[in-house]
Design a binder for this molecule. Structure first.
Ligand code: TYM
Length: 331
């Protein structure tokens, strides 16, 4: 008999644009997993999570359309996964409330993303920002996911998800598996400053559908090896942000040439940045073109998201029915 499929779930916020950190750190794995036999995949555009950060309500629908177009353009096939909007499946918010009752308050206070985001928006430290990881646990546990393809920054949230699952199972009986993260080769892409994580809120991103001229301009300002002040200084390609990105975007011979040119001081940082810009533009061009073409057909995107929500919801309703019974809610 065939073994049951591994259940995969992951999510992405629709705010701030789809950047190369999201793509290399998570979405490449999303696509790969949909192509792997034995995996049933759910991918969710987490608009409810996005409400916790400063945003303009009028912008949100357009952001969802753009994010969906970027994901499809990156190779995500909606026939092989349920791709949907979190708020279209109301069971996410309902399960989050139930899980909140088994989540230790102290654990939420330890979340580094809560601390970072609070620092970033000191005028808006709302309770949703604090309980954010519970909603994330609900996203995952609603589908009984066992695998969660994410970047490094989500690992602590996943640890908490496992803790919540354990506490729930101990209190209400075995219901949820403990999900494990899956990482790509690039679980932490740094921003253009080469120091902090590439992040929408830090404004240090390169978008996957960025205009070619903007890519060139951004890369020319990017950080390189700090110890290499002049072209005649020997560089350290393993410590250089630009050399690092060649690994992901340039053909192997171009990457090797620039790594060696850096180490032997025969090629300068600007040469390396120009070559990287060329490779990155060529790499991203087909994704950008597909995304722009898809954005021109918002009705097609709506159909895909509605179908995704319908298939996700049939699973969500089943889980919630079991959860309500276990909680002892009057029926
Ligand atoms: P979000 O929207 O910030 O990012 C989406 C995915 O991209 C990864 N990522 C990165 N990977 C490598 N380098 C980077 N610089 C980088 N920046 C972002 C993230 O790790 C993530 O995998 N809380 C989540 C969304 C979420 C979720 C979920 C994820 C909500 N519910 C359930 C998994 C499962 C977030 O804000 O991701």
């Amino acid at each position: 008999m065939d073994s049951p499929p591994e259940i995969v779930l992951s999510g992405i916020q629709p705010t701030g644009g789809f950047h190369i950190g999201n793509y290399l750190g998570a979405v490449q794995n999303w696509v790969r997993l949909t192509e792997t036999p034995g995996y049933r995949c759910f991918f969710c555009i987490v608009d409810l999570h996005a409400l916790t950060q400063d945003y303009q309500p009028g912008d949100l629908p357009g952001r969802v359309v753009e994010m969906t177009a970027d994901l499809l353009a990156s190779g995500l096939d909606p026939e092989r996964a349920s791709l949907f909007v979190q708020s279209h499946v109301p069971e996410h918010a309902e399960l989050a409330w139930a899980l909140a009752t088994v989540t230790p308050f102290g654990e939420l206070g330890r979340m580094t993303q809560f601390k970072d985001k609070s620092e970033h928006q000191p005028e808006n430290i709302n309770a949703g920002l604090f309980t954010y990881p519970i909603l994330m646990a609900a996203d995952i546990l609603l589908y009984k996911a066992t695998r969660v393809p994410v970047g490094h920054d989500q690992v602590q949230h996943l640890e908490l998800t496992r803790e919540i699952a354990r506490r729930w199972n101990a209190r209400f009986g075995e219901t949820f598996p403990e999900p494990q993260p899956i990482h790509t080769q690039a679980p932490k892409i740094l921003g253009l400053d080469g120091k902090q994580k590439m992040s929408k809120s830090l404004g240090n991103t390169i978008l996957v559908s960025e205009e070619p001229e903007a890519i060139k301009k951004k890369l020319l300002s990017a950080y390189t090896d700090e110890t290499r002040l002049r072209k005649s200084d020997f560089g350290h390609p393993d410590k250089c942000y630009v050399c690092g990105l060649h690994n992901y975007f340039s053909p192997a011979d171009v990457t090797a040439r620039h790594h060696e040119g850096c180490a032997t001081a025969t090629l300068g940082c600007v040469d390396s940045k120009r070559a990287l810009a060329e490779s990155m533009i060529a790499y991203l061009a087909p994704i950008r073109e597909r995304s722009l073409a898809l954005r021109a057909h918002p009705e097609r995107i709506r159909e895909i998201l509605q179908a995704g929500a319908a298939s996700a919801r049939s699973v969500a309703i089943e889980t919630m029915s079991d959860v309500r019974e276990r909680l002892g809610l009057y029926r």
